[in-house]
Ligand binder design. Structure first.
Ligand SMILES: O=c1[nH]cnc2c(O)c(F)c(-c3ccc(F)cc3)c(-c3ccc(F)cc3)c12
Ligand SMILES: [Mg+2]
Length: 214
């Protein structure tokens, strides 16, 4: 059967990237998306904002919802302190298989735990399966209709602590209006919008950073 876009992206990383060099993997994916095929990685512009928030938080416990090809996984993992691991959840097994290879090509496999399944099923299992008390940093980049139910799940499961930072992609395009309304109007969050553009385009998009106040 015909290859998928993530599988073609992996080939481009193996051809144009340097094994063990995360920056070269990030650049190879951005080049592929700009010159070969658009793909829904967070991209370089929003990726730089992601980098700055991760660096500012310097998290010990990290969760990513939506691995896709592992682009943002590599961006985050390359910035983590030694010994810190990030957990990333991916629903699509074909994409998960590509992401594992891209993360390994970057040399970051020891900093990443990739779990296949749906966020709704896996979030309640975080404490028992991975010994997590609370998350310092969460990146939401899976499916717009899951942002609100999943943030409520984090609250119900006691996975947030005073100061936990949630960063959400695509809050303008395709848009997550119910999630935005919730985090911007809830007294339990301090929210801030970072304007940017849809990856590799001139279309308006942005990231919403929300700090849990306890
Ligand atoms: O679903 C997503 N998850 C995570 N990040 C995404 C992302 O960063 C995107 F840019 C898009 C996007 C936006 C505009 C567009 F035209 C195509 C795709 C999507 C997305 C939105 C609707 C779909 F039907 C399929 C994919 C996602
Ligand atoms: Mg996205």
């Amino acid at each position: 059967t015909r290859s998928t876009r993530p599988q073609r992206m992996l080939k481009a990383v193996q051809k144009n990237g340097t094994k063990g060099n995360p920056e070269s993997v990030i650049s190879a994916i951005d080049y592929f998306c700009k010159h070969s095929e658009w793909a829904m990685n967070v991209g370089d512009e929003k990726g730089s904002i992601l980098d700055s928030v991760v660096t500012e938080v310097n998290p010990s416990t990290v969760l990513e919802l939506g691995t896709y090809c592992g682009y943002s996984t590599v961006r985050i993992a390359r910035l983590l302190s030694p010994g810190t691991k990030l957990i990333t959840l991916e629903f699509n097994p074909v994409n998960a298989a590509v992401a594992r290879q891209i993360i390994a090509y970057a040399g970051l496999q020891d900093k990443v735990i990739l779990v296949e399944g749906s966020s709704g099923d896996l979030i309640p299992q975080m404490k028992e399966r991975f010994g997590i008390m609370t998350f310092d940093f969460i990146f939401l980049d899976h499916w717009k209709d899951r942002y609100l139910p999943d943030i409520k799940l984090f609250e119900e499961c006691g996975l947030l602590r005073k100061g936990s930072v949630l960063l959400a992609d695509n809050v303008i395009c395709p848009g997550t209006p119910e999630y935005l309304e919730y985090v911007r109007n809830s007294p339990r969050y301090e929210s801030k919008y970072y304007p940017a553009h849809l990856e590799y385009t001139k279309v308006e998009d942005g990231l919403e950073k929300s700090v849990f106040l306890g």
